[in-house]
Design a protein around this ligand. Structure first.
Ligand SMILES: [Zn+2]
Length: 342
């Protein structure tokens, strides 16, 4: 939504350690955003912007600085679609946009609502840009090729076809892939970082941050493939790196400066060490920290190198893009707006 990587826009995860306030906090406040959004820039030039996001946690970020008074911007979440107001969201009662019942936040219907309401707006409100952001609830629970996953993608296909019929330029991408993270018995493969580091250091000398942490834990239990570690004493960096590198299930252990360079992350929002897990594993804090009873299906998650590849799909040819091998998901705005040809 900014067309830039995290080192520029500042948002490095759901959750981070805020050095300024010395607290571990959610990163869903637009105050953490360091650049303006593409949506705001377009609205300033007279364009009509409609944004629908599945979970409410993204809403204020996506709608940052939009003017909802002049009738040219709409931004709301499917989760809170029944609570929208014209002054806050640019639309009263967005729950009336479709015939679907109010969606549960933990459901595929949440994303279906996003598409369905988006189509209604395309029909009735003529946005210049329509931005739809779904949730990955289904993908966390159901692998590719399973009936539930296929039905979900069928639902998406159906809506994209309808949008295509409106002559819309459609761009589809994702913020991450998804991989199975369990053994053959369905038990999660978890590397708990705290007990490992405790073998070297007492707990008051380090802090583990799992950026996947958010209030919606039912589908992943705050278990992902990426962790960053803060150390009270920088002299501990080498021994901790050495220890973790030797651990099964860990793919990469990098000092922060190298990780920030490689992954375009904001250095002031990353600890001293970055750790990623290998394909079939996730990183946990400690056994007590995670409530695994919320996982009703074998764990699937994201955050490591194995989930870096994402789809990048346009419904028109973009011949000048074909040769590029460095496309990122945030380039899809540029691709859709500047590169598609009839
Ligand atoms: Zn997820």
């Amino acid at each position: 939504m900014t067309g830039t990587p995290p080192v520029v826009h500042g948002i490095s995860g759901n959750f981070f350690y805020d050095l300024g306030s010395d607290a571990e906090v959610m990163m869903n406040d637009p105050a953490f955003l360091r650049v303006g959004t593409i949506f705001k820039a377009f609205q300033d030039q007279g364009a009509r912007i409609a944004i629908i996001t599945a979970k409410d946690k993204l809403r204020r970020m996506l709608g940052h600085e939009l003017d909802f008074e002049q009738g040219s911007a709409i931004c709301f979440s499917a989760e809170k679609c029944q609570l929208t107001t014209r002054s806050e969201n640019g639309i009263d009662d967005a729950g009336q946009l479709t015939d679907l019942p109010p969606p549960d936040v933990y459901s595929g219907t949440l994303s279906e609502y996003v598409f369905s309401a988006g189509l209604t707006l395309l029909d009735t409100w003529s946005p210049d840009i329509l931005y739809l952001s779904t949730s990955d609830y289904i993908q966390h629970k159901h692998g590719p090729g399973t009936p539930t996953a296929d039905a979900f993608y069928g639902m998406i296909d159906h809506h994209l076809l309808e949008m295509q019929a409106h002559d819309a330029v459609i761009a589809v991408t994702a913020d991450h892939g998804m991989k199975a993270k369990h053994d053959s018995a369905g038990q999660p493969n978890i590397v708990y970082l705290k007990p490992l580091i405790n073998e070297l250091l007492p707990s008051d000398r380090f802090r583990i941050i799992l950026p996947i942490t958010d209030p919606y834990v039912v589908h992943h239990g705050a278990l992902g493939g990426f962790a960053t570690i803060y150390l009270a004493d920088p002299a501990d960096v080498q021994p901790v790196c050495h220890k973790l590198s030797a651990q099964k299930g860990i793919e990469l252990v990098l000092e922060a400066s190298i990780a920030c360079e490689r992954f375009s992350l904001p250095p002031d929002r990353v600890g001293h060490i970055v750790v990623t897990s290998s394909t079939e594993w996730v990183l946990g804090h400690s056994q007590q920290y995670h409530d695994l009873s919320t996982l009703s299906e074998p764990l699937r998650s994201h955050g490591g190198l194995s989930e870096q590849r994402v789809p990048f799909i346009l419904n028109y040819p973009a011949p000048l893009l074909v040769a590029s091998t460095t496309l990122r998901n945030y380039d899809i705005f540029d691709a859709a707006l500047n590169h598609t040809t009839d």
